[in-house]
Design a protein around this ligand. Structure first.
Ligand code: SAM
Length: 240
């Protein structure tokens, strides 16, 4: 599916590669406001589901040595084009983030912005992230919030103010209008899973659009909704 979609993500990837400061998620919240990288101190970095690779590019500019992992050759080809355009190169590996081809304890920092974070089964990718991170290593991942996934409509409509599905047993989600499978958990289940894999939770950042934001082009959430409930959330966890 991502091979088919890859061409549509190239322009957005180029814009993100060009940012001088990391900007997160659908409302482009600046790193100085969101503080998702507060614990980042360089070292060996793995991006899980790197897509066009801009998050790895940011972390490289911040002094890290990233490896971008993605299971779509189309997305990796876009990432390579953007590496050439911006003159910044790091390894790109074609692999499934649920089954990483890396040794135990081989990374200092793992990150996923809408990559493995929502497209991989958390009961597979979180144990893998734990395995490849050294003790004390950090994992940061960002995706749609649990609140959003409870309120979003089937089809194209934006999130509503009523609950559209049960929280209980939330896990695998499929949509009528595309062949993708996403994964979203309740906070309770997420915390149990993270702790079972040796992570302590340092923060759960609920992301709201910055003041004056007018970015309203994502059909699944309106600005009015996103100002009242976090449409996105980022988990900041540490491997103990
Ligand atoms: C929305 S993109 C996020 C990446 C990046 N932040 C971006 O926007 O370009 C989702 C990425 O996850 C990748 N992905 C999906 N399933 C994956 C898996 N099992 N292993 C590795 N990557 C996966 C897709 O190929 C896609 O490039």
């Amino acid at each position: 599916m991502w091979d088919t979609w890859a061409p549509d993500w190239l322009a957005r990837g180029e814009l993100a590669w060009g940012k001088t400061e990391p900007c997160w998620g659908i409302h482009q919240i600046s790193e100085s406001e969101a503080q998702l990288l507060a614990s980042f101190a360089g070292g060996r970095v793995i991006e899980l589901g790197c897509g066009t690779g801009y998050v790895s590019a940011w972390l490289s500019r911040l002094g890290g040595s990233p490896i971008g992992v993605d299971n779509s050759l189309g997305q990796l080809s876009s990432a390579r084009q953007l590496q050439n355009l911006f003159g910044l190169h790091f390894p790109l590996v074609h692999a499934n983030a649920e089954q990483l081809p890396f040794a135990d304890n081989s990374f200092d920092f793992a990150i996923s912005e809408y990559g493995a974070a929502i497209w991989c089964d958390p009961y597979r990718w979180i144990p893998e992230a734990a395995r490849v991170l050294r003790s004390g290593g950090r994992l940061v991942f960002l995706g749609n919030s649990t609140q959003l996934m409870l309120s979003v409509s089937e089809g194209d409509g934006p999130a509503t103010t009523s609950l559209r599905r049960p929280l209980r047993d939330m896990h695998r989600m499929e949509w009528d209008d595309d062949p993708g499978v996403e994964f979203h958990l309740s906070h309770g289940d997420r915390i149990k899973l993270l702790r079972a894999n040796g992570f302590e939770i340092e923060d759960l950042v609920e992301l709201y659009p910055p003041a004056g934001s007018s970015n309203d082009h994502y059909g699944f959430v309106t600005m009015e909704w996103a100002k009242q409930w976090p449409a996105e959330e980022a988990w900041l966890v540490r491997r103990v």
